[in-house]
Design a protein around this ligand. Sequence first.
Ligand code: PNS
Length: 170
Amino acid sequence: MTTAVYPGSFDPFTNGHQDILERALGIFDKVIIAVVRNPGKNPLFTLDERVEIIKNSIPAGSNIQVECFNGLLVDFMKKVDSRIIVKGLRAVSDFEFEFQMALMNRKLNPEIETVFLMTSADYAFLSSSKVREIAVLGGEVKCLVSPYTDEVLRKKLAGKQSGGENVEKD
Ligand code: PNS
């Protein structure tokens, strides 16, 4: 049984993430979605909210697990006994950063392989930061995220309206 880990900030989980998840499930027996606790940015959603969004956006099944992690990804990989990291690639612009991370993770643990899956062309333009930006500016994100995420985004932004927080950061 091969278990892969799909790590990310998922702030929030989008249809593009869903696409990569489905592709990974077509290759591996099980996929653990690993939500990083501190993305090093100021996330719009709390860790619990990001996890809840994922759980409400994906199909139920024993071949998918949602977990949180703190610290190094390679340490989490050891904890869950997996040596395959799945990452999505949208465009050449993603490559440099992902390549650096993959090589660094390999340096930290040579047993770990990073597998890059190409996103569907339908989602090549899609990112969590664009979803946040569009939602903040009052645009429609229904076709970019799950119905649950759309609803939670609306509620979150309605609550922030008077706070003036910057939600455009990636
Ligand atoms: O969705 P993101 O923000 O592109 O995900 C980035 C993530 C979570 C995969 C990356 O930041 C990460 O692995 N963080 C854990 C810390 C770590 O292991 N750093 C060294 C990797 S080179």
